[in-house]
Design a protein around this ligand. Structure first.
Ligand SMILES: CC(C)(COP(=O)(O)OP(=O)(O)OC[C@H]1O[C@@H](n2cnc3c(N)ncnc32)[C@H](O)[C@@H]1OP(=O)(O)O)[C@@H](O)C(=O)NCCC(=O)NCCS
Length: 207
């Protein structure tokens, strides 16, 4: 049998992406030069909760290193390798948290959404609003075929975001959470995924 025809190669760097994404309360855009001080402040405020679940937060970072991290994220976004997004309060312009589209496969149009919120903004629905918008953006202009959310099975607040947005649970991988730190005893890894935006809660969103 002959080999299948080669797939047309996507050149991610040539993809035009429109930002910001606007929701009723949030302006969502890629990390950019100048975001370092705001990232540092949000991270310091939220260190305990972030370190429990996010490997990147376990590394000590100065303001300068936070700025470096934002500039590196900006470059990766430009190359379309990884889209780190920050969530800003539309009224005050304060940094509310972070999200993004990661582990991107542009050929297959597969994306993974991650998220965190700063301590003073927990419990107000900002992440649910942002992930709803980002999933719509992925299935819209990015033509996603699959958008997944991966979390430690014991991270109930994270799982609640996926479940509130109707991401079906595909399964739990046991003893398979490489991101879990030594302080997390449950290392099971829950995977939620959607293959379309159908059934996402209604949201006023534009880009
Ligand atoms: C996971 C995490 C982002 C969840 O934060 P969160 O504030 O609970 O999530 P949301 O912003 O969507 O807010 C939902 C909460 O606000 C409430 N809420 C208020 N207004 C709301 C609205 N308009 N829409 C949705 N929820 C609303 C919900 O009832 C819910 O509260 P509850 O937990 O008491 O039921 C946060 O715990 C976090 O940053 N953790 C550390 C990093 C992390 O674990 N990231 C995930 C890795 S996979």
């Amino acid at each position: 049998m002959s080999d299948p025809l080669p797939r047309s190669r996507v050149k991610p760097i040539l993809l035009d992406l429109r930002f910001p994404i606007l929701t009723p309360r949030l302006l969502i855009r890629p990390a950019a030069p100048g975001d370092g001080p705001a990232l540092y402040a949000a991270k310091v405020e939220s260190l305990v909760e972030l370190r429990r679940w996010m490997p990147w937060a376990r590394v000590e970072m100065s303001v300068e290193e936070s700025e470096q991290s934002c500039r590196e994220a900006y470059l990766r976004c430009l190359a379309r390798e990884d889209l780190r997004l920050y969530l800003f309060d539309r009224e005050t312009r304060a940094l509310v948290g972070g999200s993004g589209l990661h582990r991107i496969d542009w050929e297959q149009r597969i994306f993974e959404i991650g998220y965190w919120v700063r301590k003073t903004r927990v419990g107000a629905g900002y992440v649910t609003e942002a992930v709803n918008a980002i999933a719509r953006y992925a299935f819209g202009p990015l033509e996603a075929k699959r958008v997944s959310i991966h979390c430690n099975a014991s991270n109930l607040k994270s799982r609640a975001v996926a479940e509130r947005l109707g991401f079906p649970l595909e399964g739990v991988l046991h003893n398979d959470d490489r991101a879990a730190g030594p302080e997390v005893s449950c290392r099971d890894h829950a995977i939620y995924a959607r293959t379309s935006s159908e059934g996402l809660p209604p949201l006023d969103v534009s880009w």
